[in-house]
Write a protein that binds this ligand. Structure first.
Ligand SMILES: [Zn+2]
Ligand SMILES: [Zn+2]
Length: 455
């Protein structure tokens, strides 16, 4: 299928179906044939005015990163009030929201927009070798915040998350712009993801030589989120208040998010003293070694300790009198408000910040406690990439070699016998047996991909 107004790379047959990993009912995923978003391109062509019809860039996904937000989107636990449907074959709930791939086409208008944004020509974009990642957070482009260039998270009509779903409110504008109420994600072999040109970010291909290097860029969203945390915490402002101090940072959780937070914290505050805790010794040593975190700043904790970050526990691990200017909790929805209050009251320094990355709310955090107000302590969150994708892609371009060994492939692509189960559970059981920090799936033959990277 191909028609006027849609351009594709030479030799490409715009697919109408693709083998996809999709949720077919709440919490249950399978690998099945599903329609591609070809109808969304058609819809964009038909309604091409103002913010209607802005879904015009096609990306062929090559690598998809495993992220627990796929599980949350399948269970309708994220975003709040997720109205995604699982039973309409015209709107398959295809998972996968962190990916890298290449531009394979799009509507003329939107390819031109992308060319303008990137400084490439239309011909460049259609050579078949433009490697990109996509920001799957999309706002309505119409409300006062979107009109002011605000990040999608601030959209007055609710943002939608490609591959995860969106609220009832967002479903309405998404339907007007695309003909569907939610947009399919990247686990589609030989398929494509459709995005507005503003959400497409180019990855410089020059020094990409290995699949692991390419897979690093699947984490652009996580890196952008880590930058959001650092901005929210005011890490860059630390020296303004304590010009001769060194910021002490405790990262709770040495998994994927913890790693990217360590990476970005070191980028912004190279002299920061980072302390790391996790319940897994392997994670502590991999991430600790990668970021040069001394043994005596690593804390192997246990899920059975009721207050694992009490003053007493922290002093017995790290020594007397230690307080943290920044505590970043990347452990993923495991602590309740009481544990978090205990952390803020007992181990966060005056003027310090506790930053959560939990997607669900946390009840009973006492952010108005007199000691928290009096000590100018703050509770903030950093779970959205906001407008930090350009930072993330340029940071990873400069550093992907260093982070290659964080990547671990789930072999076999969509043919791995448990892949649907792994994605639907956020990898929980798989991660217990397979060793790694960040897992990814390849959707194209490894040989083909390597060949491409070499040329
Ligand atoms: Zn994610
Ligand atoms: Zn908006």
């Amino acid at each position: 299928m191909q028609r006027d107004g849609i351009e594709v790379i030479s030799g490409y047959q715009l697919p109408t179906n693709a083998r996809s990993l999709l949720f077919h009912e709440i919490g249950k995923a399978a690998v099945r044939e599903a329609i591609t978003p070809a109808d969304i391109l058609e819809h964009s062509l038909r309604t091409d005015s103002s913010s209607q019809g802005r879904w015009g860039i096609m990306i062929e996904p090559w690598i998809v990163t495993l992220c627990p937000s796929d599980e949350a989107g399948g269970l309708l636990k994220f975003p709040y009030d997720n109205a995604r449907t699982f039973d309409d074959p015209r709107m398959p709930a295809v998972a996968g929201h962190e990916f890298t791939g290449r531009i394979v086409g799009g509507t003329q208008k939107h390819l031109n927009q992308l060319a303008q944004k990137t400084g490439l020509t239309l011909d460049d974009l259609l050579r078949g070798n433009v490697v990109v990642t996509g920001d799957i957070n999309v706002g309505c482009d119409d409300c006062s915040s979107c009109s002011a260039g605000g990040p999608p998270l601030y959209c007055g009509n609710d943002l939608t998350f490609v591959g995860i779903g969106g609220s009832r409110t967002s479903s309405e504008w998404v339907k007007k712009q695309t003909g569907r109420t939610h947009i399919p994600g990247a686990y589609a072999e030989g398929g494509f993801v459709v995005l507005p040109s503003s959400n497409v970010h180019i990855i410089p291909k020059n020094d990409l030589r290995t699949i692991d290097s390419l897979a690093v860029f699947g984490n652009s969203d996580a890196v952008a989120c880590a930058k959001t945390s650092c901005n929210a915490m005011g890490l860059g402002d630390y020296k303004r208040l304590r010009p001769s101090g060194v910021p002490k940072v405790l990262i709770i959780g040495a998994g994927r998010l913890g790693s990217w937070h360590a990476a970005v914290i070191k980028d912004i505050a190279p002299d920061a003293e980072i302390y790391l805790s996790d319940t897994k010794a392997e994670n502590l040593s991999t991430v600790g070694n990668l970021f040069g975190i001394a043994e005596n700043r690593r804390y192997l904790t246990s899920t059975h300790t009721p207050y694992p970050y009490s003053r007493e526990r922290i002093e017995s691990e790290f020594g007397k009198g230690i307080y943290f200017d920044f505590v970043v909790d990347t452990s993923g929805d495991i602590f309740n408000g009481e544990v978090i209050n205990n952390i803020i009251l007992e181990i966060v320094e005056k003027g310090g910040v506790f930053c959560t990355t939990y997607h669900k709310g946390i009840s009973n955090v006492d952010a108005g406690h007199p000691q928290i107000i009096g000590g100018m302590k703050r509770f903030v969150n950093g779970l959205s990439p906001m407008n930090n994708f350009p930072y993330a892609t340029s940071f990873l371009s400069a550093n992907h070699q260093r982070f290659r060994n964080l990547m671990s492939e789930i072999p076999g692509g969509l043919s791995h016998p448990d892949i649907a189960q792994i994605v639907a559970t956020g990898g929980s059981d798989y991660k217990k047996t397979a060793y790694g920090i960040t897992f990814f799936t390849q959707l194209v033959e490894p040989g083909k991909l390597l060949q491409f990277l070499k040329t």
